[in-house]
Design a protein around this ligand. Sequence first.
Ligand code: GCW
Length: 693
Amino acid sequence: MAEQSGHAFDQAWLTWPELPKGTKGTYRQPWMTRVIASSKTDMGQTASRELQRGLERLFGVNIEILDQMDQGESGVWLGTLANFRLESIARDISVEQMADLEGMGEEAYAIWPLGPGVAVVGASDRGLLYGAFSLIRQMATMTSLQDMVGQNAPANPLRMLDHWDNLDGSVERGYAGGSLFFSQGQVLPPSSRLTAYARLLASVGINAVAINNVNVHGEESYFITPKHLADLAALAERFRGYAIRLFLSVNFASPVEIGGLSTADPLDEAVQQWWQDKAALIYSYIPDFGGFVVKADSEFRPGPFTYGRDHADGANLLARALAPYGGLVIWRCFVYDCQTDWRNRKLDRARAAFDHFVKLDGRFADHVILQIKNGPIDFQVREPVSPLLGAMAHTHQMLELQITQEYTGQQRDLCYLVPQWKEVLDFDTYAKGPSSTIAEVASGKGLDRRLGGIAGVANAGNDPYWTGHPLAQANFYGFGRLAWDPKLASTQITAEWIHQTLGHAPLLVDALSSMLHDSWRIYESYTAPLGVGFMVNPGHHYGPNVDGYEYSKWGTYHFADHHGIGVDRTEATGTGYVGQYREPHRSIYEDVQSCPDELLLFFHHVAYGHRLGSGKTVIQHIYDSHFEGAEAARGLLARWQQISREVPAQWAERVAERLAWQVQNAEEWRDVVNTYFYRKTGIGDERGRFIVP
Ligand code: GCW
């Protein structure tokens, strides 16, 4: 990997830059140079080595690992609750506290005072690994030892990354080089790069990874056969060392395409047997195999509809095969008609997931989790929250976010998504009355469900910085942290990432944090206005093309004419989509006066002279936001130049290069969008700025 002045780029947020001298004093205690590794399992040893590495880097001293703690000594003690009790060192910790930790599940950990030192206690070895990373993270952000004390467990059972990687090494919607797992038709053998990746995942608590594209075609359909299983098992083993379970995306038509059967009908006995045999085979190679991710009847992928069956039939077929081994079926709800008639304004793609799935509530097997995108359309910079989340009281569900920036700048433009995800997670569905937030619903707790979680479409590849744009690492990091604890403040997540990745200078931390925090709104302001979405170039989805999808079959329209713009999704006069929400959202969105400005064109078709809540007309808002957005994009580059000397030169250059691209992109968006609407409406900019006539 590229290295410069001791900065190994592939360490990302595990770089752990040395703490400034003054801070070291607070922590510099003689006992801190000793890690007592009480757990002797492989994972326990991994945790100890991480802690050793973290402390060495943060404090710039050598740290020794000891097997046990001698009488009267202290240190950073690391072990499981079982080890803790056995060593009878638990004098300051009450029986209740220990029982508490035990009750929080195997992934929980505690940080407890131990004499003058500190103990990191895992409910299991997995908890221990998370505890070790937590101690380092908190030291890197200079948290006092008193403030670290306490127990911690993940809010979400499943914290997952979905890779859209293909066997030829390409990555669908990937903006960070090629696949980490595949190249030229081969599954790559586990490498040090894979270990580095697994460490990054474990450090933020990711515990599941699907490594292949949900669009499963051709050779990837054979992943569940002996042709590839031994190679995949080697990857699974490497991930296992970091408490991560491997999942695979599968092709619903496999029984036909690779099995020689004449049907893939979920109610056909031979098909059921076929999947059961496959499950047995997979588990003989990968004993802790996580399960299948399935995209069915969506964007030309096969599914149960071919056989006149529904999605419960389809998902249950696979669940029955995996259930004996504890495997899960993660069934995606991104199901809609992509061959729609754009001339029919009553058809509405936004309705599709809810219309397909809600009626199936109660019919899904226990091992099925429905995976639901955050918005009803497709990962736009601004969308309302999907009304399907929380709408099925008897079905396991999880949230799907897109970390890879398909529609949010493709890791060329800076767009920090943590603030967007926070808005989604905090949205109240009212599923069980007030405070049924998306965070509660996704975790399963809000619906009294056992399973649940958050999946993110991964944004990393074999790029030396992992993510193309080095600052896009913050999205990767932030996703993991929010999946662990959706209540974390985005400012805290950002600070953690900067301290662990780049350094501790207050100027750097403050200025970079505010750049990151401004970036989503900036991106929103120069792209599609007021929640209307999809004014992108067809196919690759980067850059402006206002009518790119307007007369196509994909179901993503803005309906701009010379009078007005937007999609009427009201119950009164539109597609009725608004009716999928519970109150009070239904009334808020239905009424053009109460609908929030940023979603106005998603829900309503209005005249260009319509006044927004902000007091501006729609057309003036379009002009202002695009002029200001392009200006703010230029500002990001200037802001970076102020702080870039604080980071390694190559890093700084890569970021500067991306920010310069962003300036061009933002100007192109500004000019194309403003010109389009000026020509459509004939209404000039109140402030007389230049728009091409
Ligand atoms: O956002 C769209 C993408 C497709 C993707 C699809 C999906 C993997 O443009 O590339 O396919 O969503 O989520 O299935």
